[in-house]
Design a protein around this ligand. Structure first.
Ligand code: PAF
Length: 281
């Protein structure tokens, strides 16, 4: 595994392997890697001759400066995990390497990016599209891998690829959960033991709501989730939305879509956690 810090070095290393006809897979990350990332990297390694993993805490996607400062950074452990997964290159650029000048590009994929995370984190998806497009341009991968935990991000990146005609395949990978159900997230590292216990109620509620939904309306299921989170100690619901998994627009009835997804964001203490569940697909 080679660790590279510049686009020039990465492209020099890749060009030799591309000339040998190898397919290139890219796994963009912000580091603080866990088993969820490992599942993306292992799948990428299994499906491509070359795997590039980028590790870059992208400042342009943080609308809250203190969130950016507190974002966990574990470079040594990340490299150990990536080596064990079989990555070919780890690309660890500096901010100056990715943004030699301020990125003035505006990406707007309304209504996908105006709801949920887009409404609560203004500018977030613009920053995500800025960095992901720069990574696509630098690596020119055949495939790129993203987790379904960031369900809205995945939908927006698919839309960006479609509109910008990037010649690559986006591979969405299922959420990886702890044994007790908590969705893996780099932010979980910031939870105290008590908060970790409280956070479990998020996935538990989502799973229970799926059973509940089988015999109740969309509005009743919405209320079920809101009530359960309101009653849970240490949790504050930011939003729960039942949406069409393709358009991300709210549904009013289960008959509105063949692909129904519930997306939730909850503050557990100061830590903002997201999760989602499929009701119909
Ligand atoms: O999902 C993430 O970790 C980030 O949003 C991504 C895609 C690596 C872009 O910085």
């Amino acid at each position: 595994m080679k660790i590279v810090h510049t686009i020039k070095d990465l492209q020099a290393g890749l060009s030799v392997l591309k000339a040998q006809g190898k397919k290139v897979g890219l796994v963009p990350t912000m580091g603080a890697l866990h088993a969820g990332h490992a599942s993306l990297v292992k799948r990428c390694v299994a499906e491509n001759g070359v795997t590039v993993v980028s590790v870059f805490v992208n400042p342009t996607q943080f609308n809250d400066k203190s969130d950016l400062e507190k974002y966990p950074r574990t470079p040594e452990a990340d490299c150990r995990l990536l080596e064990a997964c079989g990555a070919t290159f780890v690309f660890v650029p500096s901010v100056a390497e990715m943004y030699p000048e301020p990125d003035m590009r505006q990406f707007s994929y309304a209504p996908l990016d105006t709801v949920m995370e887009g409404a609560f984190r203004p500018g977030h998806f613009n920053g995500v599209c800025q960095i992901v497009s720069k990574l696509f341009d630098a690596v020119t991968p055949d495939r790129a891998y993203f987790g379904e935990k960031d369900f809205q991000q995945l939908a927006i990146i698919r839309e960006m690829v479609r509109r910008m005609n990037y010649p690559l395949e986006i591979v969405g990978c299922p959420i990886v959960r702890e044994k007790d159900g908590l969705a893996l997230s780099s932010r979980n590292a910031r939870l105290s033991a008590a908060e970790r216990k409280n956070a479990l109620k998020i996935s538990q509620t989502l799973f229970e709501s799926r059973t509940f939904a089988a015999s109740h309306t969309v509005a009743e299921t919405q209320q079920f989730v809101e009530d359960a989170i309101a009653a849970a100690p240490g949790l504050r619901l930011e939003y729960f939305e039942l949406v069409d998994g393709n358009t991300l627009q709210k549904i009013a009835s289960w008959e509105d879509t063949a692909y129904a997804v519930g997306c939730i964001t909850v503050f557990c203490g100061e830590v903002r956690l997201i999760d989602n569940i499929k009701y119909k697909e």
